[in-house]
Design a binder for this molecule. Structure first.
Ligand SMILES: Nc1ncnc2c1ncn2[C@@H]1O[C@H](COP(=O)(O)OP(=O)(O)OP(=O)(O)O)[C@@H](O)[C@H]1O
Ligand SMILES: [Mg+2]
Length: 314
């Protein structure tokens, strides 16, 4: 059944590419699917290595990353397909993305999805966070920035994830910035320009875009910018299900819970479930029901509303 659906999709993609040979996305999807189904050709007979195996075929297996369908679709189209079909895109003079910038409020899945992108690309994941105490990149000098990209080059293909990018390349117009940052921002730009040819895909993350140096945000550097807001209903439901799996409960009306928790971040959902579990155990009840959960939800409204979220776009 599963295999049949994919075979049907492949047939449709073959038709698409035949009718419209310049449709690179269809072409790339076709290649991807052929690989996933591991077709082999013997004589005139085409057969699939996966037909009898139990392995699940999927274009991109996002694993634990729930919801966020628009973001996932953009990542698939603009990053995963081009990077996995590099030669074909280059042959057709379609540019391959050089970098991705993810931004938005804390706890909304930026780091979570970037890690998954590295897995889906089969790239080595290198993470650097300037503010972490253990980081050698605190107050990174030019040399340290160079060394970081050198390390990523050695591990190619690699995804270099720079968390808190604003600490790395702060906006030079900010009054509180030391002049020595100038040299560091310049070094970063040089490295960023060469990253692509060195087999490095650079991903930067920040809470506020406007704290990052403008030169870093120009087109051709981080080609793609993606905003991560609080989880959508699908992701919220998934988060509640996952967290409640570990606890005894009588909850079935997941959609209702999803609808009642708009703008809740993952951290807030976590808090709601923990708090409910505490309340219930204090009442010596041995399971959680919808009422228990809703009481905590109503008493703890989310930090973000639409207006607050807008400030992250500035
Ligand atoms: N799409 C998702 N589906 C399920 N769980 C998710 C999803 N996105 C995030 N989470 C959960 O929320 C947690 C917080 O997400 P994450 O650390 O990626 O946030 P962030 O945006 O990087 O925050 P910060 O700006 O503070 O670094 C994750 O560890 C994960 O457990
Ligand atoms: Mg993060």
């Amino acid at each position: 059944m599963e295999w049949g659906r994919y075979a049907e999709a492949l047939a449709w993609l073959c038709l698409q590419t035949e009718l419209n040979p310049t449709n690179l996305e269809a072409q790339a999807l076709k290649n991807q699917l052929k690989k996933e189904l591991s077709f082999t050709k013997e004589g005139n007979i085409v057969s699939s290595g996966n037909q009898t195996s139990k392995s699940k075929v999927s274009f991109f297996n996002w694993g634990q990353v729930a919801g966020m369908r628009t973001i996932k679709a953009k990542i698939e189209r603009d990053i995963l397909l081009p990077l996995k079909n590099r030669e074909m895109y280059e042959k057709n003079n379609v540019s391959i993305p050089k970098g991705l910038l993810v931004y938005g409020p804390p706890g909304c899945g930026k780091t979570f999805i970037v890690k998954r992108i590295a897995t889906l690309l089969n790239f080595n994941f290198i993470e650097v966070s300037p503010s972490s105490v253990a980081s050698t990149y605190v107050h990174g000098t030019q040399e340290k920035i160079k060394a970081l990209f050198e390390e990523a080059k050695e591990k190619r293909p690699s995804l270099l994830f720079i968390d808190e990018l604003e600490a790395f390349v702060p906006n030079r117009n900010r009054g509180d910035i030391n002049f020595h940052y100038q040299a560091e921002v310049n070094e970063f730009l040089i490295q960023l320009n060469n990253a692509h040819q060195n087999g490095i895909f650079v991903v930067g993350a920040t809470n506020y875009l406007n704290l990052i140096d403008d030169a870093v945000k120009r087109p051709g550097r981080f080609d793609l910018k993606l905003f991560f807001g609080p989880p959508d209903i699908e992701a919220r439901i998934e988060a509640f299900k996952t967290l409640l799996k570990k606890r005894a409960h009588h909850i079935t009306n997941w959609i209702y819970i999803g609808e009642e928790t708009e703008n809740f971040t993952f951290a807030e959902i976590n808090f709601v479930v923990e708090q409910t579990a505490r309340d219930v155990s204090q009442k010596s009840k041995d399971f959680i029901d919808l009422n228990d959960l809703m009481k905590v939800i109503v008493a703890n409204p989310p930090e973000f509303d639409d207006l607050k979220l807008q400030s992250y776009h500035l």
